[in-house]
Design a binder for this molecule. Structure first.
Ligand code: DKA
Length: 136
């Protein structure tokens, strides 16, 4: 398995506003999201992963076991059901939105290399790419 645990700092982001719009994120939250350059910290202990996303306006943390569904509150406040799997150097994070609130499903794939984390966030036909630099 590729090295996945570590600390990463976002260096570039494409199409994030369109991605957030498609998810129904409001203008004020989108402004904060667009201005943020998150640090992501991933740790693992006994098969339980933690992924912390730190920005100046909000820090979120998810804890999960691979392949096991868990409840996630996203940075913009949606409550989604998530499942995360890893194949080789790719992590796939499926988020199922609350259909009673007409929330959409989305998928974030994260590819890990020796130097980068490349996140691809998809909803409908919108694709957003965010590149993080490995700090450790
Ligand atoms: C990433 O890890 C992408 C995370 C997607 C968050 C979606 C909602 C954010 C709204 C502020 O870089």
């Amino acid at each position: 398995m590729a090295k996945i645990v570590g600390k990463y700092k976002m260096e570039s982001s494409e199409n994030f506003d369109e991605f957030m719009k498609a998810l129904g994120v409001g203008l004020v939250m989108r402004k904060m999201g667009n201005a943020a350059t998150p640090t992501v910290e991933i740790t693992e202990e006994d098969g339980t992963y933690s992924m912390k996303t730190i920005t100046t306006f909000k820090t979120t943390e998810i804890k999960f076991k691979l392949g096991e569904e868990f409840e996630e509150t996203t940075a913009d406040g949606r409550n989604v059901k998530s499942t995360i799997t890893i194949e080789g150097n790719k992590m796939t994070h499926k988020q199922t939105g609350d259909k009673k609130k007409e929330e959409k499903d989305s998928v974030i794939t994260r590819e890990f290399t020796d130097t980068e984390l490349i996140a691809e966030c998809k909803v409908d036909d919108i694709v957003c790419k965010r590149v993080y630099k490995r700090l450790d």
